[in-house]
Design a protein around this ligand. Structure first.
Ligand code: AHG
Ligand code: MN
Ligand code: MN
Length: 282
């Protein structure tokens, strides 16, 4: 009897090969907007439709929720899947990395971080990889022709941080956060790696050590990224790999969204960097 969580990830891996195959022909913007008010690419819509069909076809899946859809689609299984079908889709125009983010909960969303059973992402880069956090272990796979091959069966954040990347425009950063960035650059001497797709930037943090964040902004304290579809899964993966997460005050997995598409400031990376950030941000 195969593990239902691995069955879900195998299904996503299989679907990701199909998604990657159409990226070249779906770079145009659709007329529609997602529930966060962002204009949708044809690729966003296609990826969402493919993942919904594939995931809901599994008996064990009880619901599918996506950042591209207002409502949760209910079924009658016990595992609840949330999805950012194409993270960093604006990178399609510039042909840079992007990904698919998956969270698997034991209750229907909006769901608390504690209800997360597993999380994973697919990274469409020079090669396609999948990273999953299951039962306390982070595993990296090569995804080719819809199947997975293990590349690293115990991914751990390196102790010495090397890279950092923060979204938003520097003049929009609150002063205390700008002060923290100064420390990252001067004291920690980290190298800037910010590519416009969280999955690709977080994969650099998992590989080299460091921190990625999309901070609270002076005019937008709730920031940009979505707690349920981006924050919880990515925070769960980085914490399972020995790192930590915060919204500036508390870990992202300790937060419960009151609204499905709720946004949150998001930081993930090495624990000392997260600790220093929390002590800097009032
Ligand atoms: P999505 O394409 O799913 O909306 O996610 C894009 C997010 C995230 O992947 C990335 O880190 C961030 O938006 C980039 O935002 P900016 O373009 O403002 O830098
Ligand atoms: Mn995203
Ligand atoms: Mn997206």
């Amino acid at each position: 009897m195969s593990d239902p969580i691995e069955t879900i990830f195998e299904t996503v891996a299989h679907t990701s090969t199909d998604i990657q195959g159409i990226l070249g022909s779906r770079r145009s913007y659709e007329a529609g907007h997602n529930p966060s008010g962002e204009q949708q690419l044809a690729a966003d819509v296609y990826a969402d439709e493919q993942l919904e069909t594939a995931v809901l076809a599994l008996d064990e899946v009880g619901s599918y929720a996506s950042e591209e859809r207002e409502e949760v689609i209910e079924d009658n299984g016990t595992y609840h899947v949330v999805c950012d079908p194409l993270d960093g889709s604006s990178n399609l125009r510039s042909n840079n990395g992007m990904g698919t983010i998956i969270g698997i909960y034991d209750e229907k969303p909006p769901a608390p971080g504690e209800a997360l059973l597993a999380a994973g992402y697919v990274l469409y880069g020079p090669i396609t990889t999948m990273v999953t956090a299951v039962d306390g272990t982070v595993t990296e796979y090569l995804v080719e022709d819809g199947t997975r091959k293990i590349l690293n069966e115990n991914v751990k954040l390196p102790d010495d941080p090397v890279v950092y990347g923060f979204g938003g425009k520097a003049p929009e950063w609150p002063d205390d956060f700008a002060e923290y960035v100064g420390s990252i650059e001067q004291e920690w001497q980290l190298k800037l790696r910010y590519g416009g797709a969280m999955v690709a930037d977080v994969n650099q943090v998992l590989t080299y050590g460091g921190i990625f964040g999309y901070p609270m902004l002076k005019e937008r304290p709730e920031s940009k990224l979505r707690l349920q579809f981006e924050g919880h899964p990515i925070a769960h993966i980085v914490a399972t790999a020995g790192g930590a997460s915060t919204d500036g005050t508390m870990s992202l997995v300790s937060k419960t969204p009151t609204e499905l598409h709720e946004r949150s400031p998001l930081f993930v990376g090495n624990q000392p960097l997260i600790g220093e950030l929390e002590s800097t941000i009032e």
